[in-house]
Design a binder for this molecule. Structure first.
Ligand code: HEC
Length: 102
């Protein structure tokens, strides 16, 4: 019994271990292009991942962006309101598009 208590107190103790000094984590700040509906993208797309995921796709069609937003909504359960889906696809196509609808 004593052994269990000792082990438990050791475990609890380490769970509250403190780190002295500042910890720096790299933070990548992505600047979104200014454009219509930028704020809708900011409100819906960055709670799970950064803009890097989107920018790394390269210039893409309107259809591509629409499908990506729908994938986030349905496959990953992103809480994107229906009325915002087209606004986001429009912004991405206007600012990170390849000029092709399909
Ligand atoms: C509920 C969480 C969530 C939200 C909100 C979200 N995503 Fe994602 N997204 C994910 C996950 C999970 C992945 C896949 C990560 C992986 O494969 O490593 C992903 C990946 C992506 C990718 C990479 C390509 C791909 O298909 O995997 C793109 C592009 C993307 N998201 C765009 C968006 C856009 C645009 C929005 C806003 C409309 C958005 N995401 C909002 C969860 C989310």
């Amino acid at each position: 019994m004593k052994k269990i208590l000792l082990i438990t107190s050791l475990l609890v103790g380490s769970a509250f271990a403190q780190v002295n000094g500042k910890i720096e984590v790299p933070y990548i700040d992505y600047k979104l292009k200014d454009g219509k509906n930028k704020e809708v993208v900011e409100a819906n797309c960055f709670m799970c991942h950064s803009f890097g995921y989107m920018e790394n796709q390269g210039a893409q069609s309107r259809d591509f962006w629409y499908k990506k937003v729908m994938k986030m909504k349905h496959a990953f359960k992103a809480p994107i309101p229906d009325e915002d889906v087209n606004k986001i696809a429009d912004y991405m196509f206007a600012n990170y598009g390849n000029g092709k609808l399909k």
